[in-house]
Design a protein around this ligand. Structure first.
Ligand SMILES: Cc1cc2nc3c(=O)[nH]c(=O)nc-3n(C[C@H](O)[C@H](O)[C@H](O)COP(=O)(O)O)c2cc1C
Length: 459
């Protein structure tokens, strides 16, 4: 890389969303991670701090201005002390290339001079994306983000292969301090880092509190702008097939005790007789029907439902589809489970897609299972993200987990053969069930067989 013709200038400022207010001798700085109040500041120090939001100044300018307005060396020391407390909102800039912005309460920023002959490379966990009208460089390993200008593009492009520190010492020192680039090969040698896939680590960082700047949690960000997705999915077109509804009293009387079910539950991949459509009806009724629709209520501005399995916010964004290979009373094909009407709707899936779904499920068991019935769980993503920011997809996957366990337990109690699957094909499922991948696609798969093979053979 040839060194940039520009001469970088180091500057500092506050996050643009920081607000500084003074009243009654106290200076209060409000920012996304909370509020800091400093009392008893000399007027000169307070004045310098009040001017910081919304603009960048040279790194030494606050202290220089304080001295120029008659500030003592004690006051300068106090200014630096207060600035160190403001770490989570201090922006460091290498103008005109980049700005390093903290995104977490406990962001620590310590740029230091790097050995001139060191080679710095972009982290393999770093990503560049558009945010507003600019580009932002981030990494889940970092508690900062870096905004980039067009002038930084040659440097960024060269960071794939590596750039010698002496070619851009200021910018590289800040990129390393921001945790998006580094010298050395820690990422390739540290066993803990090697074990992370790029997308998994990013998902982990952004779907928990800690190192992301929100909005996060139940923010209802589309309230008043878009209606929530309906509590149950509008029925797809196709012949409907009412399912058997068991009497819960009879089921409760006949079931093995809870601990027997829990202790005998296991994953079964080889089957005896196929399940009957009556058994499927009982399984779906006991595990996945809508028991009740309720709301909106104060604090919950959407219609929700209760089902046998729990669901974050009672949103219940998950849908069930069956791909039937072998089932007494049900033809080979694809079906949507209507959890409110407790019936199956036959879908116009192509046979080759149905067979591909079953083959994919078999592969997931290492070829052990010849699937009787594949239950594919999809998510209506917008139903979840209407309420939740940041964690919507993570919460959906957790909901898949509880539905898996509910299917496991009910199937075990019924003497069926359950097995969860961890690797479905969301594109194939969207094609087979006629779904728009972005709006609703598969997030889980579960096999249901008739009796386990050894039970069928009496062993
Ligand atoms: C989330 C999840 C994903 C799974 N994925 C698969 C899979 O893809 N293929 C498979 O044969 N079993 C799969 N299983 C079943 C596990 O292999 C099984 O639960 C584990 O070996 C323990 O055995 P047990 O269920 O009989 O107690 C999965 C289980 C869970 C909970």
């Amino acid at each position: 890389m040839t060194a940039p013709a520009i001469r970088p200038v180091l500057m500092i400022g506050m996050r643009e969303d920081a607000v500084v207010e003074s009243s009654g001798g106290a200076l209060t700085i409000t920012q996304p991670f909370g509020r800091i109040t400093v009392r008893g500041l000399p007027p000169g120090v307070a004045a310098v701090l009040r001017e910081l939001p919304g603009r960048l100044v040279g790194e030494d300018e606050p202290a220089d201005r304080l001295v120029a307005s008659g500030g003592t060396s004690q006051e300068v020391a106090l200014l630096y002390l207060v600035l160190s407390r403001l770490r989570p909102i201090l922006v460091h800039a290498v103008e005109p290339l980049l700005r390093v912005v903290p995104i977490a309460r406990d962001a620590v920023y310590q740029p230091r001079d790097l050995p001139p002959d060191d080679i710095v490379r972009l982290s393999r966990f770093a990503l560049v994306r558009r945010s507003g009208e600019g580009l932002v460089l981030e990494s889940p390993l970092s508690r900062h983000k870096v905004t980039l200008t067009e002038a930084a593009m040659p440097l960024l492009a060269a960071l794939g292969r590596g750039v010698m520190v002496k070619e851009a010492p200021e910018a590289l020192s800040h990129l390393v301090a921001a945790g998006v680039a580094g010298a050395g090969d820690t990422e390739d040698t540290d066993p803990a880092l090697r074990a992370w896939d790029f997308h998994d680590l990013l998902f982990h960082a952004r779907s928990r509190w800690g190192r992301q700047e929100g909005p996060f949690g139940a923010t209802f960000r589309f309230l008043g702008e878009l209606p929530p997705e309906p509590v149950v999915k509008p029925l797809p077109e196709g012949p409907a097939l009412p399912l058997f509804r068991p009497s819960l009293e009879e089921v409760a009387a006949a079931d093995p005790p809870f601990t027997t079910v829990l202790e005998s539950r296991r994953s079964v991949r080889e089957y005896g007789a196929p399940p009957t459509v009556r058994q499927l009806g009982e399984l779906l009724y006991r595990a996945a029907r809508v028991r009740e629709v309720f709301g909106p209520t104060p604090g919950m501005p959407y219609e929700a439902s209760r089902r046998p399995y729990p669901g974050g916010g009672a949103v219940h964004e998950l849908e069930l589809y069956l791909t039937v290979g072998r089932c007494e009373g049900l033809a080979l094909g694809a079906y949507y489970y209507d959890p409110l009407g407790h019936r199956l709707v036959t879908l116009p899936a192509r046979q080759e897609d149905t067979r591909a779904m079953l083959a994919m499920a078999s592969t997931a068991t290492g070829g052990l299972a010849t699937p009787d019935v594949l239950v594919t769980i999809t998510s209506r993503f917008q139903r979840k993200s209407w309420k939740y920011s940041g964690l919507a997809y993570a919460a959906t996957l957790k909901n898949v987990g509880v539905l898996y366990q509910t299917l496991y337990l009910v199937a075990t109690a019924m003497g069926l053969a359950p097995c969860a699957l961890g690797s479905g094909d969301a594109d194939l499922a969207a094609r087979a069930f006629g779904l728009d991948w972005v709006r609703e696609s598969s997030v889980g798969d579960f096999l249901i067989g008739g009796a386990p093979r050894e039970a069928a053979s009496g062993s």
